[in-house]
Design a binder for this molecule. Sequence first.
Ligand SMILES: CC(C)(COP(=O)(O)OP(=O)(O)OC[C@H]1O[C@@H](n2cnc3c(N)ncnc32)[C@H](O)[C@@H]1OP(=O)(O)O)[C@@H](O)C(=O)NCCC(=O)NCCS
Length: 168
Amino acid sequence: MDPSRITLRPFKLSDADDLLTWAGDDRVTNSGRWKTLTSKEEALTFIEQFCIPHPWRRSICIDDRSIGFVGVFPGTGDDRCRADMGYAIAVEYWGQGITTRAVKMAIPKVFEDFPEILRVQAFANVENKASQRVLEKAGFTKEGLLRNYFYLKGNIQDVVLFSFYFVG
Ligand SMILES: CC(C)(COP(=O)(O)OP(=O)(O)OC[C@H]1O[C@@H](n2cnc3c(N)ncnc32)[C@H](O)[C@@H]1OP(=O)(O)O)[C@@H](O)C(=O)NCCC(=O)NCCS
């Protein structure tokens, strides 16, 4: 994959068909809090009501077509120093270094867009080795194992916490 084909940009309503192809796949959505999409109408609603108003959620694109997302949710108040990161891409693109590149592209942009953020953190299920590897390759530091930390789709999770922190 020529890395210059990989770009990040905000979602658009015209991404609905492409979004449905990957966000309609349980293998992609199982690790996220959002439910698997089942129709173009749901994809349009998801873009309109969740992706567009989101504080920072970008479509990972190949040749400007959406194949996944990377996003951060910044904290507020006394938590304004940090943001939680998430990402996923279509199964057919797994294992080509695309998410690692997308995370590496996202990090400086997030620090630029949110000057108060000093730390981006990510939680990966202890069994999600691919996600942990992405974070390692993108320069995150592994901080520890958090047992029974939150529920995901009804199942309690043991997660590994990673951070990328700003050294000014
Ligand atoms: C996790 C995910 C985003 C990774 O995306 P990707 O584009 O395939 O990631 P990359 O190709 O950049 O890197 C994956 C790395 O994990 C490694 N990997 C994959 N499966 C692995 C496994 N079972 N055990 C160990 N390493 C594994 C790959 O070999 C690669 O490392 P390498 O370059 O050192 O060989 C993708 O699998 C996905 O969308 N999964 C579903 C959603 C998800 O889990 N999101 C994260 C929630 S925390």
